[in-house]
Design a protein around this ligand. Structure first.
Ligand code: ISJ
Length: 249
């Protein structure tokens, strides 16, 4: 039988899952690749993967999708790795450069700009000077490991999971394990067992992770990223998709 192809996010937040997959026999059942979130999504859209840890916003580009796990990349309040970084207050922002690696957080920024902050800055995709604009009213969205240690470097750093919680009272789901076709239930069961093994053994994983003086990786993986795809997170996911559709673009 052909191995099931799985595309997972290449960031630190996914390392507990990868630890679980690689330290159990489950790794032999699959063809695993590590990709930036935008590419995880594209692989599922192009049917180059069967399961992906994909940005939930990308489900809107899939004709068929199924949530195959009770685990996700989520947050209950501040996530500490998804920001709008800015030199001016959000109400004075005129342009926002979007993160080319993101699909969920770019859309989360758009949803919050329109419905929470109620401002309408110009959105810039593929900015040539991404993260480096000399214009004081240009801010940027950034996700993942590239944000570690940066929150103190900008006059304003808006944690988008925290802002979403203030706006809706809900947690947030950035990425979920999603398939583009039905997957056999025994495979799903083994997959979830491997993911749970990784989450349960985060302390072991920490022995392998490099220490950073500017960012508390252990706190991030134990307390900031919230891995359980609870009913509240599912509610948040569908509400988020509705808000994206209402943007009408
Ligand atoms: C919390 C994060 O969640 C991520 C954000 C994503 C997005 O914006 O599309 C996709 C996958 C997740 O890895 C992060 O990467 O910092």
């Amino acid at each position: 039988m052909k191995k099931i192809r799985i595309s997972a996010v290449s960031y630190t937040n996914t390392k507990p899952f990868i630890y679980g997959i690689k330290t159990t026999d489950f790794v032999n059942n699959i063809d695993l690749s590590l990709d930036i979130p935008a590419d995880c999504a594209q692989k599922l859209i192009d049917d180059k993967a069967d399961i992906g840890l994909i940005p939930v916003a990308a489900t809107l580009n899939l004709p068929e999708w199924h949530i195959v796990s009770d685990y996700c990349i989520g947050a209950n309040g501040a996530v500490a790795s998804v920001f709008i970084f800015s030199n001016c207050e959000i109400c004075d922002v005129r342009r926002i450069q979007l993160d080319p690696q993101s699909r969920s957080s770019n859309n989360l920024a758009r949803v919050l700009l329109k419905n929470f902050w109620k401002i309408d800055p110009e959105l810039i995709t593929d900015a040539e000077d991404y993260t480096n604009s000399s214009d004081p009213n240009t801010a940027f969205v950034q996700i993942g490991d590239r944000t570690f240690g940066k929150a103190e470097q900008y006059p304003y750093a808006y944690d988008l999971a925290e802002e979403w919680q203030t706006f809706t009272g809900l947690p947030f789901v950035f990425a979920a394990w999603i398939s583009n076709k039905p997957i056999p239930s025994d495979f799903i069961e083994e997959f979830n067992t491997a993911l749970k093994f990784g989450l349960d053994n985060r302390q072991k994983l920490f022995e392998e992770l490099p220490h950073r003086d500017d960012f508390d990786v252990e706190d991030y993986l134990l307390n900031k990223i919230d891995y359980d795809l609870t009913d509240k997170k599912r509610e948040a996911l569908y509400l988020f998709l509705k808000y994206i559709k209402d943007l009408g673009v």
